[in-house]
Design a protein around this ligand. Sequence first.
Ligand code: FMN
Length: 306
Amino acid sequence: MDVSCEVGGLKLKSPLIISSGVWPFDPDLWRSPYTHGVGAICTKGLTLHPRDGNPGIRIWEVRGGLLNSIGLENPGVGGFVREYLPKLKDRDVPLIVNLWAGSLEELKPSMEILRDFESDIDAIELNVSCPNVGEKDHILRERLSELSSIFSCARRLWSGPLWVKLSPMSPQVISEALIAQEEGINAVVLANTWLGMAIDVNREKPVFERVTAGLSGPAIFPLTLRLVWEVKERVSIDVIGCGGISSWEDAVSMFLAGASAVEIGTITFLEIDAPAKILSGIGSYLKGKGYAYLKEIIGKAKGGRV
Ligand SMILES: Cc1cc2nc3c(=O)[nH]c(=O)nc-3n(C[C@H](O)[C@H](O)[C@H](O)COP(=O)(O)O)c2cc1C
């Protein structure tokens, strides 16, 4: 059974990518046995300068998922390439840098730093969708021309695989994906967390200092599946499904809807061996259905490969 995949300019042994923000930089975790079933790992979102993240409670469990307000705590792009990247050289899976691309001013110098390490980085995923930093209005308002400049600047500065991770709450996610395609981006990741909130009834206050936080986990799966379906209908570049995938059935549904690969995050907190289990389920499904290659089912729910 061939479960390898080609996605957004990368060849992966498995279509299961660990999504940004859930896998520590500890080099031991970037090698077998922890990477069993893993196709690639995205780093925590990096910003130009180091960030401490948000104050107060940062993680809160809810039914069917998790709310987080980490606020992009990270060592900065420079800190990452100096402190962590050298230690990850012996990893046995590709490394995808998740780069916060909130503004052109911040993106350009960040990309210039990363460019010097092009041979150590397998892809860049531009994060234009984190709900836990800056004004939330940023991801809720129309900003096609701003995104177009961000994507084209990144494309000019990075010749390797380049992906963008969009917000599921954008009022125009299809237009944003089309702009990514026009600007030469290799794949769109759909999507990031959804804005939610929680109230601590004992304190009679919102749980999070910023009030709102990002919802991930099984609760959001049908929402992201619908996004993948709708966007893949309109773009020819690869789409990567991300949001709530917790079982092999979820992953297979994403492939059938048109995703070329999937990213998984929250489920790995519950089961660190989730990628191995999900990959084995995908393999059994393909075998049972008589398929030799994973690519045979991509977009199949629409009546053929898309
Ligand atoms: C604790 C935590 C931290 C996250 N940090 C980032 C981040 O730094 N950059 C990013 O693009 N997404 C981040 N995400 C979003 C995930 O990468 C993923 O898009 C989202 O959780 C949906 O997938 P899931 O339901 O499989 O977790 C984070 C999610 C969680 C739960």
